[in-house]
Design a protein around this ligand. Sequence first.
Ligand code: GLY
Length: 559
Amino acid sequence: MKPTLPFLKPILFVFTLLLISCTKAPQIKGGVVSAMPYASQVGVDILKKGGNAYDAMVATNFALAVVYPVAGNITGGGFFVYRNADGSSGTLDYREQAPNAAHRDLYLDEAGNVIPNKSTIGGLAVGVPGTVAGTLEIHKKMGSLPLIDLMQPAIDLAEKGYAITEKQARSFKRYRDLFIEINGPDTFYGQTFEAGDILKNPALGKVLRSIASEGIKGFNSGWVADALVSRVQEAGGIITQQDLEQYEAKWRDPLIFNYKDLKVISMGLPSSGGVCLNQMMKMIEPYDIKTMGHNTQKSIQLMVEAERRSYADRSEFLGDPDFVDVPLNVVLDSLYINKKMSSFDWNRATPSSEIKPGDSYYFESDETTHFSIVDDQGNAVAVTTTLNGGYGSKVFVEELGVFMNNEMDDFSSKPGVPNMFGLVGNEANAIAPKKRMLSSMTPTIVEKDGKLYLVVGSPGGSTIITSVFQTILNVYEHNLPIQDAVNAARFHHQWLPDFITFEPNQFEPSLLKNLNDLGYAGEEKKSRIIGKVDAILVDDSGQISLGADRRGDDTAVSY
Ligand code: GLY
């Protein structure tokens, strides 16, 4: 065998270097992760055209209203958390609010009992929507491209149509009878849809055109407002044109706290998300959860005990801060938090009755929707928006092509009586005119060492907060790649009812048995899925990776 010629060595070296640099994955500049492929693509197209993360938020939000009618919306509400590239941050609250004619006992009969379904189905369940006001406010303050450029993709999706996914076709079928019951046999979603069918919604396209040309007036006055108000009232509701006109989105300080070397920027009241996340993370901070391992008996025990204690406080103290004095200085105080955990015992579950008495039942819902955006400047956006239940109140406004929300159910109809998520509330979350109902939505942005680290959020009613809690820990404590972190099996405890909900067939029977032996009741069958987390991670070297939850049609698009 001939010896290698010496001059070949440097050539081979350069060739190898070239090969490595050519095969290395291109650096991702940013991206969008949302519940639907079309919506993520629309957002990234805007980023590619030079729009910023806030422009992409507007475009993605309107696109979701078209292609994801189960939760995307112009007739619901939401929360927007942002962090600018320079590190400044803030939030916008565009949560629905109670109509002027609402009152504390709106859902009670003469004997003072809650009338079943009144706050969940039909016109009386509808809160005054905030999504259009909020989205336009974000565009006005933070956008850089003309509104029509951001809305045109959604208008096109409404008018030219989009292909229905298999999961959507199943969802439309599941609800079809109810749509017809509430809206009559000729209702738009009374049609039968198959996967792959192209769904056009020209009525919604017309509304979007009205908003694009006239701004908020194109939604809260004129023919759009007339159609909305008359349909809601016909369905038994109390919303008026004045309610629509008086609605304002509110800029609020974010809820910020530290966990080890992380700075967590989340949504404050009227969402309970940030407050509960703060409490739960501070309760577990003194423990070495990294060594306990991911989804082990010990880590589940610790997190469940934190969740139990935090949801108990949620029920008692939290509500719209413009209406009630919420003792945040107490519930977020470190001495108070440590004291709450002092009754935690590794050898036995703390019965919820020892935290605070009561009982309730809990149904998991996977509705609401979250999306995360990072642009090439490093601006970050976390948005969670909702109609509350799937397709909200099921009241459909044919002329506008939209379902109305059933957000009024997030109020406490009566102290101690659970809502559709099994959450109990108290006076702090009682109904009052113009008051905003307590939410669990937890759009969150996390910094590490002063730099953008994680953008995260989830749908899932009461399970939103615990889904976000687990995802942050999956990434930070358990070093899971972002896709694995959002896909990982989840569990949930909300104080009442006193059991842990586990995603079915994801946890070892021996683990469930061991927990059961310690007094933790476990319920696998009451849950289909817990949350659908869409998240973006920026690692220590600045590499961006995106995680779209396997549980839905969620899609990550980067550029
Ligand atoms: N509608 C769900 C929530 O706001 O928590």
